[in-house]
Design a protein around this ligand. Structure first.
Ligand SMILES: [Zn+2]
Length: 93
């Protein structure tokens, strides 16, 4: 079994105020929504509207651990359906 691949510049980071981007070291993170792409065995899962912290300079994004867990859970559900391409919206309670 291959592990699920997650595309995008995913870096796990706990939320904090005025967080500086660790990639470019100049950008500041702000709240936003990103689309996360997961791929496994030729199946692609797009998960839209994932809350993230996005760098205003280089646009790298960060998901916190709870969101990452939810993304992977939804991704697995999509993969279990066996669809080649599944597009989901993340609903966070
Ligand atoms: Zn940056």
């Amino acid at each position: 079994m291959n592990p699920i691949k997650m595309f995008g510049q995913l870096i796990l980071k706990r939320k904090s105020n005025n967080m500086k981007c660790v990639i470019c070291k100049t950008g500041t993170m702000h709240e936003g929504k990103v689309t996360v792409t997961l791929e496994k065995n030729g199946s692609i899962i797009l998960i839209k509207e994932v809350p993230a912290q996005i760098c205003d300079v280089c646009e790298h994004y960060y998901l916190d651990e709870a969101i990452t867990g939810e993304v992977l859970k939804r991704g697995k559900e999509g993969l279990l359906k066996g669809a080649e391409l599944e597009v989901l919206k993340l609903k966070v309670a």
